[in-house]
Design a protein around this ligand. Structure first.
Ligand SMILES: *Cc1c(COP(=O)(O)O)cnc(C)c1O
Length: 370
């Protein structure tokens, strides 16, 4: 049996007629840039997500950059984020002209450890970027309270947490703005690059929209210099079709995670993911902690099961951040977790027999080793 890490083909097969006709419509209308399909997705996403403003852009990295620029973050400022994330969360801090400051992650949930945040805030701190990693939100209430107390902006990187929630409030709706990626493998994914910003702040929304379109809300009326970061019509039309299925797909991810929990029960060498009380974890990733992780991953590969590590190197340990002078001791939790974490295949189309096969293979690996 082959179990790919993601299976975008089977999802396409399940909605092929709607996708094909959406693509044909965009081409018929030559609505490639801007236009009605982009507007329509914007409105549909805003309505379904429950937010006032959706600003589409080219990807989920630009969205972070645009938010920071429009909040006035720049030279001399510090922005705090986490050691365990994708580099978008920190490279955009530098792109905006500020200095990234990394803190450690929570030992149970692998995203920002809220108890480490306050000590990292300095007089230069302008913002905190939380990353709702793997589909599960951070302790956002505590983080928001700390940000408010110190007068710093809270920005939410929701690239892995579409429709996740904490105490009934969705990712991206607590901070000043939320940043989404619609990269194909994300829970809501386009067929190319795409992203957006969400916010309930009308003035920030207008600024972001302007900055993403060369600093002009009206053509040839450039109030500021901006960038070119557009969502194209084809991606918007595809996203509109997929948005109709997002609740169902999210439910299937959650059900598949529960099946993994069941099938993996009682293997002492691994730990299944913990769900933070009060959160709806939407399982962009299903990350286990495993003894002999690398040997296990190699064994699973031979069995036809693809796995990944999110992330193999903590961000502050990357060559790109050597200049900041961090050592592994600055991030004891991230450092200790790194050799243990393993992401198993998870997506709505994953079948129970595939899940059972993955679990059985893991069980066999440890039996052989015993
Ligand atoms: C995917 C991802 C991004 C970047 O999204 P792109 O659309 O690929 O630019 C940012 N942050 C996190 C945490 C991600 O997983």
């Amino acid at each position: 049996m082959h179990v790919p890490f993601v299976d975008l083909r089977s999802q396409y097969q399940s909605i092929k007629p709607a996708i094909d006709s959406a693509i044909a419509d965009v081409i018929r209308d030559t609505a490639f840039i801007g236009g009605k399909y982009v507007k329509q997705f914007e409105q549909e996403f805003a309505q379904k997500y429950g937010v006032d403003h959706v600003i589409p852009c080219a990807n989920g990295t630009d969205s972070l950059y645009i938010i920071m620029k429009m909040l006035g973050i720049g030279a001399g400022d510090e922005v705090i984020t986490v050691a365990n994330s994708w580099i978008s969360s920190s490279e955009t801090i530098s792109q905006a002209g500020a200095k990234p400051v990394f803190i450690d992650i929570h030992p149970d949930y692998y995203s920002m450890d809220e108890t480490k945040l306050e000590a990292a805030i300095s007089s230069s701190t302008k913002a905190v970027i939380v990353v709702h990693l793997q589909g599960q939100m951070c302790e956002i209430d505590t983080i928001k309270a700390i940000c408010d107390k110190h007068g710093v902006f809270l920005i939410e990187d929701c690239a892995q947490s579409h429709f996740s929630s904490y105490k009934g409030i969705r990712a991206g709706l607590t901070g000043i703005a939320g940043s989404f990626s619609f990269y194909p493998g994300k829970n809501l994914g386009a067929y190319g690059d795409a992203g957006c910003i969400i916010t309930n702040d009308g003035s920030l929304a207008e600024k972001c929209r302007m900055f993403a379109t060369h600093g002009a809300l009206k053509k040839h009326n450039h109030l500021i210099e901006g960038i070119n970061s557009r969502l194209d019509g084809l991606q918007a039309a595809i996203l509109s079709v997929k948005l109709r299925h997002i609740e169902e797909w999210t439910k299937l991810r959650i059900e598949n995670a529960a099946l993994y929990d069941q099938y993996l029960a009682g293997i002492p060498q691994i730990a299944i993911p913990k769900v933070r009380p009060g959160t709806v974890h939407t399982f962009h990733l299903y990350v286990i902690k495993a003894e002999q992780r690398d040997a296990l991953a190699a064994f699973l590969k031979e069995e036809g099961i693809e796995t990944f590590i999110h992330y193999p190197v903590p961000l502050p340990a990357m060559p790109a951040y050597q200049y900041l002078g961090y050592t592994p001791d600055d991030f004891p939790v991230t450092t200790a977790l790194q050799p243990q974490i393993l992401s198993l295949p998870i997506y709505p189309e994953l079948t129970e027999s595939q899940i059972a096969f993955v679990a059985e293979s893991i069980r066999n690996f440890y039996k052989k080793k015993a």
